[in-house]
Design a protein around this ligand. Sequence first.
Ligand code: URA
Length: 235
Amino acid sequence: MKNYKKKIYHKLINNKVSYSSKTIDRYKKNNDKKVINTVSVKIPQLEKLKKHINSIKNCDLKNNATNMVFADGNPNSSLMIIGEGPGANEDKEGKPFVGRAGKLLDKMLDAIKLNRKNVYISNVVNFRPPMNRRPTDEEIIRYLPFLKKHIEIINPKILLLLGSTALNALVGNEVVISKARGKWINKKIGNIELEVIASFHPAFLMRQPDQKKHAWEDLKMIRKKMSDLKIKLNG
Ligand code: URA
């Protein structure tokens, strides 16, 4: 049927249709799909992950801990920071980096005009290792899928790994922090791709204050990357 005949026909049956002579592209991809990245979507996913972690069985870390230490900060931040594991203060409060190392981390963030309202912080393991020992390889392997899921949910653009435990867990055991720090690594974690940088852990910097100059260089690199990626973190 010609277009004008179709119009008459639809007028007769009282159907309001407008015709276009354009062909229909049935193979057109749906490019309108947007990654929904809002806090309201992330919160239920984070709650589910927390439940998953809390349901771990036969874990010495969990059995000896007072509280699970999940995360702190802004789930919508483009900068996620990963430490090693909770210490005594964190175990008591259920929040990462609230002890002496945490105070130094706050100062480091402040030096590049950041704070806990505009970054997101977690750890390789979510329960305090007894006597503040380093988590064992088995423990790291056990918690790694949770950490990767956590990173996927937050979907940051930049990941800062503090210290060798976080570096080795996420980048590999063949790298050492003194050599790998201050270098950008483009990495895929789960289904997201992000810019990763390692730096010294604040607890190490408290023991070796002469190394703070290197941490400062790393922090400046983060600030520069944020500006290159047009990341605004003024929360
Ligand atoms: N050290 C860490 O690695 N994480 C914390 O949460 C506290 C101290």
